[in-house]
Design a binder for this molecule. Structure first.
Ligand SMILES: Cc1ncc(COP(=O)(O)O)c(C=O)c1O
Length: 483
């Protein structure tokens, strides 16, 4: 009988896969010898494999190019990176090697844009699409960027007041977009997204606030579906509704020439992942083409703002199984040496699943287990895979260390987890390694951040360093009565 872990995988999936292969029963990810990485840096660790970012950007650009050619589509395609999925400098530096544009979500994002401009990574020609609900600081920062000559910054209007707020502080002509508030999926708690302006109100809003405003040109209609770009009746129906609005607007607004279809490209979350990107893109381009031809309006230039797709597949996390607790006849808990809640918050908050595989011992027998994190929170666990509803791993053996990897975790986990901040039960944030390739395609690694120390956590909590303990307590001030 076939009882090895490798047999289980080979019977269930096509294996090896493009990014996953084995050498001496040990897992390699994009040719990275993960056991070597563990030997060098220890576990737990997180890593970012930079070349995957450029690879995915160029895959998407290629699919759009193909679709544009195949459909004889007159518009062009612009790839924007949604910075909120990972703001790190190494991520942006890698992404910006590929002639892309930027989507921002909040005030401090603009500071990142200005920083990148100073380094010469982007220019005034780089589109900066500024989404999000804009409070004063964001308005001020966008205005500063535009006033300093960034003619391709396009604030996307999210509520009725923003246009006036922007006009007050921008001292030249500027372009804007409008975000459509999409209808949520029928099973969702709400009917209409809180982001953007309702379908029916877009043309009246243009007529009332933009049409006769000599300073402002409407360039873009923005459309983002929370559930992502999927081959479902819901997605196609929302796209059709959006196209109707685009066409109605285009007929009265000649400056409108771009349609932004947002982010939401899925990434590989299981070895069984199967998504035909090229088909979906062909279909989107084809539907836009048909709708515009029928209405006799020019087809728009297309913008996307892929976050997860840009950076998700570049990231991974590796843990060691510390111990096995058998809590009853059926439930064996493999305890990892970190926490799921803090290092992969989406697994806990939105029940998200990532590709999970053992790093070593693929020739050993397997068993069904549950995975537990180190915090004392009963929700700190991971118990099923996207495709199997259970987790199988090589059998726990006290004298044979077992390492497990979670892959494609590169988007959102650091910002949602509060990188460098407090961690649940003060389980320290793991070391973070950057992996790149040199000109000869050799892998090169560097430490981006060491594992958090007790001193760092205590300092955030307001405790003094051991060396300072003898000194005075914090200065106190009286709260002035301002009422
Ligand atoms: C307006 C907008 N654009 C792009 C994105 C990126 O989405 P994803 O990471 O799924 O590509 C988001 C994510 O919430 C968004 O709100």
């Amino acid at each position: 009988m076939k009882t090895k872990y490798i047999d289980l995988i080979e019977q269930t999936f096509h294996f090896p896969q493009e990014e996953f292969s084995l050498q001496n029963s040990q897992l390699q990810f994009h040719g990275i010898d993960l056991m070597k990485l563990i030997a060098q840096y220890g576990a737990p660790l997180k890593f970012t494999y930079l070349p995957k970012i450029s690879e995915n950007i160029n895959r998407a650009k290629g699919w759009f190019d193909n679709a544009i050619k195949e459909n004889n589509y007159a518009g062009n395609y612009n790839y924007c990176y949604c910075t909120k999925s990972s703001h790190f400098k190494h991520v942006l530096n890698e992404a910006l090697k590929n002639h892309i544009h930027i989507e921002t979500s909040s005030a401090f994002d603009i500071d990142i844009v200005e920083n990148l401009k100073m380094q010469g990574k982007i220019t005034n020609d780089t589109y900066v699409i500024s989404n999000g609900f804009k409070r004063d600081q964001y308005i001020q920062n966008i205005a500063r960027l535009i006033n300093n000559g960034h003619h391709n910054c396009i604030p996307i209007i999210d509520n009725y007041e923003e246009l006036n707020l922007l006009s007050d502080v921008i001292d030249k002509d500027f372009q804007v977009g409008i975000r459509i508030a999409s209808e949520e999926e029928p099973k969702f708690e709400f009917y209409t997204s809180r982001l953007g302006i309702g379908y029916r109100n877009i043309v009246p809003f243009y007529n009332n606030q933009i049409k006769n405003n000599p300073k402002v040109k409407l360039k873009m209609l923005h459309f983002f579906i929370n559930t992502g770009i999927r081959d479902t009746a819901y997605y196609w129906n929302e796209l059709q509704k959006c196209l109707k609005v685009y066409i109605n607007l285009k007929k009265i607004c000649p400056s409108l020439d771009s349609l932004n279809i947002g982010g939401g490209f899925p990434i590989k979350n299981s070895l069984a992942f199967d998504y035909d990107y090229q088909y979906i893109i062909n279909e989107i381009i084809n539907q836009i083409q048909i709708a515009c031809e029928e209405a006799r309006v020019d087809a728009p230039n297309i913008f996307t703002e892929f976050g997860s797709f840009t950076v998700g597949e570049s990231g991974g996390a590796i843990y060691e199984v510390l111990y096995q607790k058998q809590q009853n006849d059926r439930e064996k808990w493999n305890m990892i040496n970190s926490s799921f809640i803090t290092t992969m918050p989406d697994t806990w908050a939105i029940n998200k699943r990532f590709v999970m595989l053992p790093v070593n011992r693929w020739d050993d027998e397997y068993e069904r287990v549950l995975l537990g994190g180190l915090t004392c929170d009963s929700d700190d666990y991971y118990n099923s895979e996207q495709h199997m509803n259970a987790i199988y791993l090589p059998k726990y053996k006290k004298d044979k260390p077992l390492y497990i990897g979670f892959f494609n975790t590169g988007a959102y986990q650091e910002t949602i987890g509060g990188f460098g901040g407090l961690q649940h039960c003060l389980i320290p944030q793991p070391k973070h390694i950057i992996i790149d390739q040199d000109e000869e395609s050799n892998l090169i690694t560097s430490v981006f951040a060491e594992q958090q120390t007790s001193e760092q956590l205590l300092s955030i909590l307001g405790y003094q360093k051991k060396s300072e303990r003898a000194s005075e307590p914090f200065e106190t001030q009286t709260l002035e009565n301002t009422i």
